[in-house]
Design a binder for this molecule. Structure first.
Ligand code: SF4
Length: 319
């Protein structure tokens, strides 16, 4: 492993997550992936802390989050976390997809923070800024270590993922759920294979997510799906939405709500560049739709719930 040469001192400035994470001289070791991960690079860093208090007004499902990785090999074109890579001097496109920051001391750090007498045992959310079960987790097993620590401390937590790899940790989830509230939820915007392959090129098949949900539900773990992001003109027709709703219900999962695409700065440029090549007419449509706001309008969200045939749900239901 070598120290990378491609950038100046680490530039992880204040973000909505993990501000001032690293001591500059502890940074960072560079590890190339191999085998099925040969397209990835791993940047090992030492986190100064791992529990992150989310800013007031955040839409996160809890006041505390853990993200053991930065960047995400699921490579979703619409990923709102892409701009977090810019703070590292990396780009929000291919670097975000392939240069994965690994907080190598995450589990030890978490044990220290959970043992702090000031820690009040609040629910911790994982999967808010990167997928805790992206491919790197098969190699590093940091998320599994985090779950083991949380189980030991009987601390409640929730997970949001696109990966069936979470089923690997069913033993730890069951142990944790004996003493604290545990939920494992899936991000499931569509079951349409064409849309999945185009917009989530590194993420597991959404039908495998549904299978994983069914296994967790059968084992007694609280599970469900956030139907998001819904992409206008790609995954928002009634048949597509109802297909997802039926699959979740059949798997024994809860419906945690619907979320239309949100295009914040950075993500907006990346996504729209991709969309221009994918469908020029739709690209023009999105320029109009998102001209005034990063968010889809309220009436569109109401329309999605009507098309899906379900009641409106609060985002805090992700707990
Ligand atoms: S799985 Fe989540 S964090 Fe990973 S690229 Fe997709 S949207 Fe981003």
């Amino acid at each position: 492993m070598t120290r990378p040469e491609h950038q100046d001192p680490f530039r992880w400035q204040t973000t909505s997550d993990d501000d001032a994470l690293f001591a500059t001289d502890e940074l960072f070791l560079h590890d190339l992936g191999s085998g099925r991960m040969s397209d990835l690079e791993f940047l090992h860093v030492t986190a100064k802390r791992i529990l992150n208090h989310v800013p007031d007004g955040s839409r996160a499902p809890s006041n505390w989050t853990i993200n053991v990785y930065r960047g995400c090999s699921h490579a979703c074109t619409y990923c709102f976390a892409r701009p977090t890579h810019e703070y590292l001097g990396l780009n929000i496109g291919s670097d975000f997809d392939r240069k994965i920051v690994v907080k190598i001391n995450a589990v030890d750090r978490l044990r220290t923070e959970l043992a702090d007498p000031n820690w009040r045992g609040e629910t911790i959310a994982m999967g808010t800024n990167t997928d805790p079960y992206q491919r790197a987790e098969a190699k590093y097993r940091l998320t599994r270590g985090v779950l083991q620590a949380l189980a030991e401390y009987r601390n409640p937590f929730s997970i949001l993922t696109k990966s069936p790899l979470v089923v690997r940790d069913l033993d730890v989830l069951l142990e944790a759920a004996q003493h604290a509230h545990v939920s494992v939820n899936f991000s499931l915007g569509t079951l349409d294979r064409r849309v999945w392959r185009a917009t989530e090129p590194g993420a597991p098949d959404p039908r495998r997510r549904v299978d994983a949900m069914a296994r967790l539900a059968a084992a007694g773990i609280s599970t469900g799906a956030l139907i998001a992001p819904i992409l206008p003109g790609l995954s928002d027709d009634a048949a597509q939405l109802r297909e997802v709703v039926s699959a979740v219900r059949d798997a024994g999962g809860r419906l945690l709500g619907i979320g239309p695409l949100h295009l914040r700065r950075g993500t907006r440029e990346h996504f729209l560049d991709w969309l221009r090549d994918f469908d020029a007419d739709l690209h023009r449509n999105y320029l109009r739709r998102y001209a005034r706001s990063d968010y889809a309008p309220e009436h569109y969200l109401a329309q999605l719930y009507r098309r899906a045939g379900i009641e409106r749900v609060s985002r805090r239901s992700l707990r």
